[in-house]
Design a binder for this molecule. Structure first.
Ligand SMILES: *Cc1c(COP(=O)(O)O)cnc(C)c1O
Length: 492
């Protein structure tokens, strides 16, 4: 058992205890071997923990209390959009007609579910300014990869088979270059200028006959709007490439400006970020893609289409890049996002962007006297600080992030984007009250004072968590992810 941590369920096990009671059998008991092939019958008993119901309950409740979630505290994790997940979404996702349906049911039996998928596609067309949508990809990164395959297939179908390069800015989210590589394409980096935007002169150098696409997010990962987007579009289109919009985070631009109108040819959205799907702990997510009509023939199959008054699953998509996810994608997340879009409406979504941007600027301005702001112009939904000055006084960004844990905050994203030294990327989102923002800001200012007054308390943080600092190298190189029943038995 780790010092200070709670026992494993196996360590709590005592032979003979149980947490269930079953009614006595009313049917004749049969030998297992008379109904199941012998090769499927285990020869030794499964080593399951034996525990009473109350202790079981306490065990899991205790574990759940150790989680930090957006329902328990502020979570300013830049680029992740940890906004509140409205609870009405959960109610809709649990409506039995949706929750109990099966994707392999006949189209005629799931018309309601198909209508949701179809109507969601229509809403996302409106929000992105794209011509066609597929809800299939299960995450942002899978959406990126799928759309890149489509763009490559588009070029290939024009006999333009040498377009193998994807241009990615140095501030890009890590999934962008990764998706390009997984799609079999080569990554070419374009530099950012001193305003944190794509360096146009460098772009002109790297673009050419081999350009498949450029991947951008606008506002970019520094929280800055690419003011030269129209020129970027003309340069890339002029060279025959396509523009891909990383729309994981649409929090700054909803109902204000659309990727389709900025000249982008393809986009993905993260329903689990902008559109309030819960996403702590890794999912399930949803990364729909949208494309302009010239890319539409390559969408993943099947498509969900309207046929007269009915909705239909169309498998006949001859130029499709193929299926990328089982069934229709993560339908439970569509329901949550759909509920959000319908409850907010266009004006509500616009207000989301207004408040997301206001909150980020408020925090940036209150913190700029204490922490260095490398790009001092107004930001969009998130902003970047640098603790380079704090580092000279003895505490790095990592130390500050760990110290925040003692005050009950989830730290911001740290050391990303990689083009800013000792970086902290803060995204407050629109759902936080001013008091919460002030509390976090005051804490960051207090930690800055502690660096001079009591450096050790910062360097040794966190003090209040079950586990302090991990040996990061060991944790990455030799992660111990399993326990051994034998060890527990020996301890007992
Ligand atoms: C989160 C994020 C992604 C990746 O999305 P996943 O659903 O985690 O795969 C891509 N780009 C940006 C800008 C993001 O913030």
């Amino acid at each position: 058992m780790l010092k200070g941590s709670s026992p494993l369920i196996f360590e709590r096990s005592t032979a003979g205890r149980f947490a269930y009671s079953l009614p006595t059998l009313e049917v004749e008991k049969k030998e297992l071997s008379s109904v199941v092939d012998d090769k499927f019958i285990r020869k030794t008993k499964a080593e399951l923990p034996e525990i009473a119901e109350l202790d079981l309950m306490r065990h899991y409740t205790e574990l759940s209390n150790r989680n930090h979630g957006v329902d328990t505290g502020f979570y300013p994790l830049g680029s992740c959009t940890m906004k509140y997940n409205p609870k009405i979404n959960e109610r809709v996702a649990r409506i039995p007609g949706f929750a109990m349906s099966h994707p392999l049911q006949n189209d005629s039996q799931i018309q309601g579910s198909l209508e949701i998928v179809y109507d969601m596609q229509e809403h996302l067309k409106e929000i992105t300014g794209m011509d066609e949508i597929s809800l299939q990809p299960a995450a942002g990164a899978q959406g990126e990869w799928t759309a890149l395959l489509m763009i490559k297939a588009f070029h290939d179908s024009n006999g333009d088979t040498e377009r193998t390069e994807v241009i990615v800015p140095d501030s890009a989210h890590g999934t962008n270059p990764a998706s390009a590589v997984v799609a079999g394409l080569d990554v070419v980096t374009v530099r950012s200028n001193d305003k944190g935007q794509v360096d146009i002169d460098h772009l002109k150098e790297v673009v050419g006959d081999k350009t498949c696409a450029i991947m951008l997010t606008n506002p970019n990962t520094l929280g800055i709007f690419e003011e030269e987007i129209i020129e970027i579009r003309d340069i890339v289109h002029g060279a025959g490439g396509k523009l891909y919009y990383d729309g994981a985070n649409l929090n700054a631009i909803m109902s204000k400006v659309r990727p389709g109108d900025m000249g982008f040819d393809a986009v993905h959205l993260n329903l689990h970020k902008t559109f309030t799907g819960p996403h702590g702990g890794g999912g399930p997510g949803s990364g729909p893609i949208g494309v302009k009509s010239d890319l539409a023939p390559f969408l993943p199959s099947p498509l969900i289409v309207k046929d007269g008054d009915n909705y239909k699953v169309e498998h006949d998509v001859p130029q499709s890049v193929g299926r990328v996810k089982a069934h229709f994608g993560n339908f439970g997340i569509f329901l949550r996002a759909y509920t959000y879009i319908r409850t907010m409406g266009p004006d509500g979504l616009k207000a989301v962007s207004d408040y997301a941007v206001l909150n980020a600027n408020y925090m940036m301005r209150r913190l700029e006297g204490t922490y260095h702001v490398p790009y001092p112009q107004h930001c969009k939904h998130e902003f970047v600080l640098s603790a380079s000055a704090q580092k000279k006084r003895g505490a790095r960004t990592l130390d500050i992030a760990k110290r925040l844990l003692d005050f009950g905050y989830h730290p911001p994203t740290v050391y990303f984007p990689t083009n800013v030294e000792e970086c902290m990327m803060i995204e407050p989102t629109e759902t936080e009250a001013k008091e919460t923002l002030d509390g976090f800001i005051d804490t960051l200012i207090q930690i800055d004072k502690e660096i001079d007054e009591n450096l050790d308390v910062v360097l040794e943080a966190p003090h209040t968590t079950v586990i302090g600092r991990l040996d990061e190298t060991q944790a990455a190189r030799n992660p111990v992810l399993r326990f051994s029943l034998e060890d527990i038995k020996e301890e007992k």
